[in-house]
Design a protein. Sequence first.
Length: 298
Amino acid sequence: MNTGNEKIGAVLVVGAGIAGIQASLDLAESGFKVYLLDESPAIGGIMAQLDKTFPTNDCAMCILSPKLVGCGRHPNIEIITNAELEGIHGKVGNFIVAVKKRPRYVDEKKCTGCRACMQNCPITKVVQPPEIIPVLLKDSDLKRVAPIVQMRKNQMGSLLPILQDVSKAFNYLPADVLRYVSEELNVPLSTVYQISTFYNAFSLTPKGKHTVKVCMGTACYIKGGKRILEAFERELNIKVGNTTPDLMFGLETISCFGCCGQAPVVVINDDLHGHFRTANVPRLLKHHKEVGHAEVET
């Protein structure tokens, strides 16, 4: 309400995304007391999670950061986060709202976001021990993985090299083998899975004996990379990211092999095939099938 030059009352802005922040700044600059409310623990909304903005491709945080700082420092803006609007009643120019603010269990004025409190917080409830899943390995699997683990068990930082050797031996990382490695090294299973899922070289599902990788970089895509990928999918009867039922072939894509002058490029195992054509797909697969069968017979 504005009585002459005197502004009476306050404004509640619900939602602290880029629109709510800008509205709060404009109102505060006009002399109003502004309460900026958001249910999330921090302001910024979706824009704070973006890299670029459409259609200009400007940096999202370059646009948002000055507004965040201005909103946090403005004397006429009070930020209420981790809260929700429960009710509102009254009439135009004279509303009363009810806001439910969830506890943070920390002093917000002193909090720097270091998260040290989470690491040192005492446990206040009884936690049931997790169910222990016994490690059941086939004799053939145990014969392969046991020497790998024993050879590196006492070395510092042995987990990653062991996983690399296991991946070579099995062509993927079986769940039971990972539990065996966890127990033998006395390393939490969660840590083993963190490393196993972080590196693209590892797979938790069986991979094909021969891995076909089709380049989908700009040069290869323009010169027919998509058609080549579709040809492999038809010939193998699988979609990209999958493996044939006989575990002979796996199909993957990659962004760039670094040899755009030979586009389009296909790599199968460690063999690179440049200037590749869809007509070459059956011939290439047949060759590796015959090599695979010959190895089995040998």
